[in-house]
Design a protein around this ligand. Structure first.
Ligand code: SF4
Ligand code: SF4
Length: 340
């Protein structure tokens, strides 16, 4: 497994990191077991967030007494200086540590800069000065915000979606980020479930100096990622051809699940619902036909055609039309008129 250094943070870790969002859905014992197994298997970088309910607590419990052996990244959704300090103190306490290796402003709506009047960047600098955080990071979901962050040169890491389905614009973002000596941390390396061949996802990542954090909830998922520590999949002609085929299959009118178009005034979960036809065919169907998802899908009927989503979609999708086509297909699947 390649080692990756996250830009000027100097943090060096195997190119195979643990995303601790999904562990909020399992018990504490199970989560601690997975985290320790990940560490024993060679993972040293663990990414959590204040917003992931009890994930920080589980991470803290797993690495009690061995804090110096792992890198812990967390995030804050704070948008005011008061919230920032309150959330940072809570994270430190919950994680049972006196420092966080990479502290990231979470899912930002803008690139916070010194002197912009919000005080957010100054908080990060002060927290670093106090030794409560070691490096300043940021996560975004909007490509234009991510590009501004890279151009600003203010942050030591950027976390943004990246997978083999990335557009040329997203690939350029990665290149610019690395050229600016910022660490690039990839979320959604499996495109939110659309990619089901982990070996191809991993082989793709090895071509870039990026750090993928794989969301882990089940032991068999973890085992798959850990198996790549010794035998890292390389990009082969076969995998390259497979990725090309995937891109063709998923080209044009398909929703990447990026969420750039959110929020919807009617509360429609666009980034899930606009790609439901793909999800029920590519991912285990049962997970997407639960009463919860049926209810979410039926919300499409409340769409007021405001077209805010279509205007924001960087892939030029006619999102309201795509949602309607997905709903039509979904209803047929639920009614048993189509077998997937
Ligand atoms: S067009 Fe429909 S789906 Fe899109 S933002 Fe407006 S209400 Fe939501
Ligand atoms: S409709 Fe477009 S912006 Fe919205 S989630 Fe899908 S790809 Fe992203």
């Amino acid at each position: 497994m390649r080692q990756i250094t996250l830009g000027r943070t100097g943090i060096t870790t195997p190119q195979n990191a643990f995303g601790a969002l999904p562990i909020q859905r399992i018990s504490k014992d199970e989560a601690v077991h997975l985290l320790r197994k990940a560490y024993d298997g060679g993972m040293t970088y663990f990414d959590t967030a204040r917003a992931y309910s009890d994930s920080e607590e589980k991470v803290g419990e797993a690495f009690k007494g061995m804090r110096d052996k792992v890198f812990i990244a967390s995030k804050t959704m704070a948008r005011t200086t008061e919230e920032f300090w309150e959330q940072l103190e809570t994270s430190l306490k919950t994680l049972g540590t006196d420092y966080i290796d990479v502290y990231q402003l979470h899912c930002v709506p803008q690139c916070y800069k010194p002197g912009d009047g919000t005080g957010m960047y100054e908080c990060l600098e002060e927290a670093k000065k106090q030794g409560k955080i070691r490096h300043i990071g940021i996560t975004a979901h909007l490509i234009q915000v991510a590009e501004e962050i890279v151009q600003s040169g203010l942050y030591e890491t950027l976390q943004f979606p990246f997978s083999y389905l990335a557009s040329d614009r997203e690939k350029k973002l990665v290149e610019d980020c690395i050229a600016a000596d910022m660490g690039y941390i990839c979320m959604k390396g499996l495109a939110g479930g659309l990619i089901t061949r982990s070996e191809a996802a991993m082989a793709f990542m090895t071509q870039y100096d990026v750090l993928p954090i794989w969301g882990v909830q089940k032991e068999k998922e973890l085992d798959e990622w850990l198996s790549y520590m010794d035998e890292t999949p390389a990009m082969t002609d076969e995998i390259e051809a497979f990725i090309e085929k995937e891109k063709e299959e998923l080209s044009g009118e398909f929703c990447r699940g990026c969420g750039y178009c959110k929020p919807c005034p009617m509360g429609i979960s666009i980034n899930d619902c606009a790609r439901m036809s793909l999800m029920i065919r590519r991912a285990p169907t049962a997970a997407w036909t639960t009463p919860h998802w049926q209810e979410e899908m039926e919300k499409i009927d409340t769409c007021i055609e405001c077209r805010q989503c279509a205007e924001k979609c960087p892939y030029g999708l006619d999102t309201p039309a795509l949602l309607k086509r997905n709903l039509e297909d979904y209803r047929k699947v639920i009614a048993g008129e189509i077998t997937v």
